[in-house]
Write a protein that binds this ligand. Sequence first.
Ligand code: BES
Ligand code: MN
Ligand code: ZN
Length: 499
Amino acid sequence: MEFTIKSGSPEKQRSACVVVGVFDNRKLSLSAELIDRASNGYIGEIIRRGDMEGKLGSTLLLHNVRGTLADRVLLVGLGKERDFRDREFRRSIQAAVKLLNETGSYEAVIYLTEEKVKRREVAWRVEHAVCVAMESVYRFDRMKSEPAEVRRPLRKLTLSVPQRSDLAAGEKAAARGLAIAHGVELARDLGNLPGNVCTPAYLGETAKQLAAEFPAIKVEVLEKEAIEALGMGSFLSVTRGSLEPPRFLILEFRNAPKKAKPLVLVGKGITFDTGGISLKTAADMDQMKFDMGGAAAVLGAFRAVAELGAAVNLVGLIPTCENMPSGSATKPGDIVKSLSGQTIEILNTDAEGRLILADALTYAERYEPEAVVDVATLTGAMVVALGHAACGVFSSSDALSRALVAAGEEACDRAWPMPMWDDFHEGLESNFADFANVAGRAGGSITAACFLSKFAKKYDWAHLDIAGVAWKEGKEKGATGRPVPLLVNWLLSGEAAAA
Ligand code: BES
Ligand code: MN
Ligand code: ZN
């Protein structure tokens, strides 16, 4: 979809559709008011008849509204004016775009971006409108033999800003929104692809394609022999039971001054998690194709910052493999030696994410990073703790934790701080190795983070447990692309600091 920014009166737009808001209860927004005046009170008349109350997300499509130059006028309910905040703004854009995509208009001018949203500037409204619009028309049908066709898909959206002086900021924000949306789209596609297509090798090819499309991205894809030569015994223990060969992806995007230390993103890339010998139960196991959501988010974030040419030095590390049971699989009780030299007693082969991340975190040391953030669908306990609202942030640095939470808030892609008190380390003690890979059930997300922290001592580090946010279940089952918006917001805020 294509986006342009404009400033002007709604009644004067020559367009297939002009989209204006109505507040609950029956209160016209300024743009709806302008259309009402141009049409001699037609909008007010319709509203008095009770066809549009202004309930959030409701829509009413009008044709040939006299006094206007557009073919259609779409009224969108915004809910109560004093409650019009982030969520409500995004909901109203989503309602508008979904309807537009299903009707005959292939382009439209949206005035909802002129509405005041508490604590948000015009740039935020434009960026989010673009992101939400793209997400609303997203479909994943490439595995269907006959993709369902949208008759006249929405191709072009014009977003209105209140003043001509807002145009420049609006255009910049639209570019940001579009780049983030492209990153989200990539992450969703990778997540939605089944485990028999989206293999470790496939993720490697995807990274190479990114580098081909954006030459500023450099990619190296290590195969099993190279991973062995490095000594990543913890990572390799997970891949032993699988016929699908592992990969270790290294991405670099250096677009800030050389002296600026890089930020490192590490993504968990388990392309299917059966649990291994500690086999999972059958119900919903298909959802473990989404266990590479961290890897997908890292690739999505790279896509976005490269598209924007952001002034950041960024490294991406993605350990990727399958977790399968077989005669050669790692068994409970097996002890392995990690790249850090620390030995691990694997008490549960289903706690595999931390095993592959451990070696990637050690590998990250060689970049002398400014900070390292790992992203992983790490524990079911995270879903119990924060549901699907926010990912958990575990960090050795309060400042880093705060920055990530703030970036998530800004991006409507929430993250929330979790503790990592020393008490939780005790559960990982082992009689046979330096420590075990699991503790008891209690505080499972926290002990997982404590395990990771043993490999992340040499730099500022944060861990995002995205198990609750990376995909949706039920009717809307599918990857969300989260936390790409959070990551990109965080990376771009660092851009300002480095300049
Ligand atoms: N990929 C799973 C975590 C997960 C499970 C995410 C369900 C979303 C939904 C991870 O590898 C795992 O299996 N974790 C175990 C850890 C346990 C064995 C300590 C879990 O959460 O049960
Ligand atoms: Mn597992
Ligand atoms: Zn897993």
